[in-house]
Design a binder for this molecule. Structure first.
Ligand code: FE
Ligand code: FE
Length: 393
């Protein structure tokens, strides 16, 4: 029997190519970046996903820690096995500040008629209003938002705010990413912690082979710490690194100071590292290790950065007129995740908002605690309290 020939229909089928774009600093790329792309793939079924490492991210100019080439190479390794996914060097080759509206304009020109989707983490959604030309971005692409543990946003509430401002809705993806950040990955690398739960294996190998994110002195300082203090110290470094960018503090200084802050806590007075150390005044025992710590940081580890040394030197007592790094280390020490006392959550919220107010409230809490427990009040702590109280007027 002859098969009936099917005649081609004269009508034109319009095929719209769907392209999802995922930008970021990828410093380094981590497991959740890959998972977000996979979630977008499942939700949008795009024909192509373009991962676009930024040259200099506009909001992060003071702290890109790996070179553009290394970030590009790591992204290529991480996304190598992901279907329809390519890593673009466009922004890195373009150089200068990488603005999303310009990149999307370029892609719209390169793929005429394509439907573009721009992927962001929920934490970025909060910042989106401050980006350059958000209206242009939204005229070129649909914004696709993926939630993340810790930053989880309520889609309906954000949708309302978004629509009132832009008269457009974003697309929310149901997948919720784990609370991993590149900042955390950098700190864990500097501390020599296990990266396997957080980064693709090939990226870990690349970081090790190229010695990325290493901070001279950090691992050496950790050798002086017992496991429990090491855990506390890591908490201080993660907290300090998390807020370093917010307060324009160099992340490396924050992590180094955090690693050093308790280095002398368990040292005997006759330890060789402390030979030559002396104080002019009588210092209460719980405070003394800030001075011995700064001494070891300087003499054993050769740290010359006065700001880092002072952050160690005043991390327990505080003092009037501290630098932002000193405040950050003082507060991270008091508020890191394993600390648990009444009012700690309120102080943690303040740390994200206002260093001076957080200093005032933390010192007030400290003095009250010392009075209650009959601890000795070191005069410098009281002076610090008076100073930060005075700033409020
Ligand atoms: Fe301490
Ligand atoms: Fe400490």
């Amino acid at each position: 029997m002859r098969r009936k020939m099917r005649r081609a229909t004269p009508s034109v089928l319009v095929f719209t190519m769907k392209i999802a774009i995922f930008g970021g600093s990828f410093d380094p790329v981590h497991a959740e970046h890959v998972n977000i792309v996979k979630a977008a793939q499942a939700a949008l079924s795009p024909d192509k996903i373009i991962v676009m490492p930024a040259f200099i991210p506009p909001h992060k100019q003071d702290r890109a820690l790996a070179s553009p080439e290394d970030r590009l190479n790591m992204a290529k390794l991480a996304f190598a096995g992901v279907k329809n996914c390519e890593v673009s060097a466009y922004e890195i080759n373009a150089g200068g500040t990488s603005y999303t509206y310009l990149t999307l304009g370029y892609l719209a020109g390169k793929f005429p008629g394509a439907q573009l989707y721009f992927l962001v983490g929920a934490d970025m959604l909060k910042d989106f209003y401050t980006w350059k030309q958000p209206e242009t971005i939204l005229s070129l692409a649909d914004l696709v938002v993926c939630n993340r543990e810790g930053d989880k946003v309520s889609y309906p509430a954000e949708q309302f705010r978004f629509f009132s401002k832009f008269k457009k809705r974003f697309i929310g993806i149901e997948y919720t990413g784990r609370d991993i950040s590149s900042t955390k990955a950098r700190v864990l690398t500097a501390f020599g912690e296990d990266l396997k739960p957080y980064l693709p294996f090939d990226v870990i190998d690349y970081i090790e082979a190229n010695e990325l994110y290493r901070i001279e002195g950090v691992k050496g300082a950790l050798r002086y710490l017992k496991p429990s203090r090491r855990k506390h110290t890591l908490g201080v470094a993660l907290t300090a690194a998390r807020y370093a960018e917010r307060y324009k503090i160099p992340e490396k200084s924050a992590v180094l100071a955090a690693a050093m802050h308790d280095v002398a806590k368990n040292m005997q007075a006759d330890a060789p590292e402390l030979s030559g150390f002396a104080t002019e005044e009588k210092v209460p025992a719980p405070v003394l290790h800030q001075y011995t710590g700064a001494y070891v940081a300087e003499h054993t580890f050769g740290i010359r950065d006065e700001d880092v040394l002072n952050a160690v030197r005043y991390h327990t007592s505080g003092r009037p007129n501290m630098s932002d790094l000193e405040k950050l280390i003082f507060l991270s020490d008091m508020l890191e995740p394993s600390r648990d006392f009444k009012g700690v959550e309120k102080l943690r919220r303040l740390l994200a908002e206002d260093l001076n107010e957080c200093m005032y409230q933390s010192l007030k809490h400290e003095l009250r605690h010392l009075k209650k427990s009959g601890g000795e009040i070191y005069p410098l702590t009281f002076r610090a309290y008076e100073y930060y109280k005075g700033l409020r007027k």
